[in-house]
Design a protein around this ligand. Structure first.
Ligand code: MG
Length: 159
């Protein structure tokens, strides 16, 4: 069997007046992530991990933030496109493990909805998708609630 592994990381600023989209889910909060798209840091990290596993570059190459077509785009559409590229290359996902780094709000109440949302797009059982979250104990730009980070690892299998 042929396996490929990928990792992704993404950063966005948190600002007032923006929605906070995470894992394809709108999270109630006083701030949201700033970006050209909906700035869903978790889906971007997962897209990058999938593209990385395939050796296809990164999300900025395929969906440039200078392209008006991607302004305000729902990152679930980007994830769907990455899924399509992966299938065209003959691969499927074995599992995803991810971590969101943010000070607030609490993410755990939303994790099941995020997993279900991604499972539908990626044609995966929910237990193949892990989403963890941690604060940085108020350290750094994350602890000051100025930004949010997500990391993801994916394992692909030739099918
Ligand atoms: Mg991003």
């Amino acid at each position: 069997m042929s396996f490929r592994i990928g990792q992704g990381i993404d950063f966005h600023q948190l600002v007032e007046g923006r929605d906070l989209w995470l894992g394809g889910v709108l999270i109630p909060h006083t701030k949201g992530a700033l970006g050209h798209s909906d700035a869903d840091v978790l889906l971007h990290a997962i897209c990058d991990a999938m593209l990385g596993a395939l050796g296809l570059g990164d999300i900025g190459l395929h969906f440039p933030d200078t392209d008006p077509n991607y302004k305000g785009i729902d990152s679930k559409v980007l994830l769907q496109r990455c899924y399509g590229m992966m299938r065209e290359h003959g691969y499927g996902i074995v599992n995803i493990d991810s971590t969101i780094l943010l000070q607030a709000p609490k993410i755990r109440p939303h994790v099941e909805q995020m997993r279900n949302t991604m499972a539908l797009i990626l044609h995966l059982p929910v237990d193949a998708i892990s989403i963890k979250a941690t604060t940085t104990e108020r350290l750094s730009f994350i602890g000051r609630e100025e930004g949010i980070v997500a990391t993801a690892n994916v394992l692909l299998q030739k099918i």
